[in-house]
Design a protein around this ligand. Structure first.
Ligand SMILES: Nc1ncnc2c1ncn2[C@@H]1O[C@H](COP(=O)(O)OP(=O)(O)OP(=O)(O)O)[C@@H](O)[C@H]1O
Ligand SMILES: [Mg+2]
Length: 249
């Protein structure tokens, strides 16, 4: 059975803008999915929908075969199953201090303080920001805040982890560390969804790629099938692989 199924989802923002137009796909457990598409194509809207934040006007969202219900109980349940690291950490980070922020979700889950403290230390270390533990959030750089948001989500140990443009704003070392963390999570059998503008990363890392264009899912398949067709890549407004560019140069 598929882990996640979207059936003919339509979502329109209150402004009247239709951000998701008949989006339809199945995702398997343990899959590594890269979500691509131009600015404004609907990637973040799709992730917000999968996180239960946006409610579609029509269509069905199923998790392990069960239709998602838009009530507090189901949203709380979803939070434990699906972790979502927002594109903008300022939307996600809720506390005044780093350790409080990473502990926030853990306390909401009802974990006891020794376990909360253990996980805070473990995931700050994993994300390479143990040195920021005592810092006030407002003193952090944007990239550091992104790492805090990531640590907070990973600490909840969800089965599905969705990262919205996680490499944006990260320096070379932090990007390397994130690659390592992603490999560890994949080895643990987690299902990973990453929104990215990097064709090279998507082609190397993902089992499958979905490309959004103007709110529609326009490609869903194997990276090789996508990047072997230059015309399709161009039509979908995504970058060709750098290796190809080097060949041309
Ligand atoms: N709250 C909102 N109200 C109205 N329209 C919105 C809202 N949020 C997003 N949109 C619109 O929905 C469309 C899809 O936006 P979304 O953020 O999902 O795109 P994206 O693919 O994540 O883009 P990017 O690569 O820039 O992050 C855009 O046209 C955007 O302007
Ligand atoms: Mg986005």
């Amino acid at each position: 059975m598929s882990l996640i199924q979207l059936h003919h989802i339509h979502f329109t923002y209150p402004s009247g803008f239709e951000a998701l137009n008949d989006v339809h796909f199945d995702l398997q457990k343990g899959e590594k999915l890269a979500l691509m598409g131009a600015n404004g194509s609907g990637k973040s809207s799709l992730l917000l929908l999968l996180a239960g934040v946006l409610k579609p006007q029509s269509g069905e969202y199923r998790i392990e075969g069960e239709q998602f219900r838009y009530c507090r109980k189901w949203r709380n349940k979803l939070c434990r199953q699906i972790g979502y690291v927002f594109q903008d950490p300022d939307v996600q980070v809720v506390s005044t201090h780093v350790q409080e922020d990473v502990a926030f979700g853990l306390r909401n889950m009802g974990l006891k303080e020794p376990e909360v403290n253990r996980r805070v230390d473990q995931y700050l270390e994993l994300c390479g920001i143990a040195g920021l533990k005592e810092r006030a959030i407002h003193t952090l750089s944007y990239g550091q805040k992104k790492q805090v948001a990531l640590a907070g989500v990973l600490a909840m140990e969800p089965q599905v982890i969705m990262l919205d443009e996680p490499f944006a704003w990260l320096d070379y070392r932090q990007s390397q560390r994130l690659h390592k963390v992603l490999n560890q999570l994949a080895d643990q059998g987690k299902t990973l969804i990453i929104s990215t503008h990097s064709s090279d990363f998507a082609s190397r890392w993902a089992d499958s790629i979905m490309v959004m264009k103007e709110g529609q899912l326009r490609f869903n398949g194997h990276p090789e099938a996508l990047f072997s067709d230059d015309q399709v890549v161009d039509q979908l407004d995504i970058a060709p692989l750098m290796v190809e560019v080097e060949k041309v140069v």
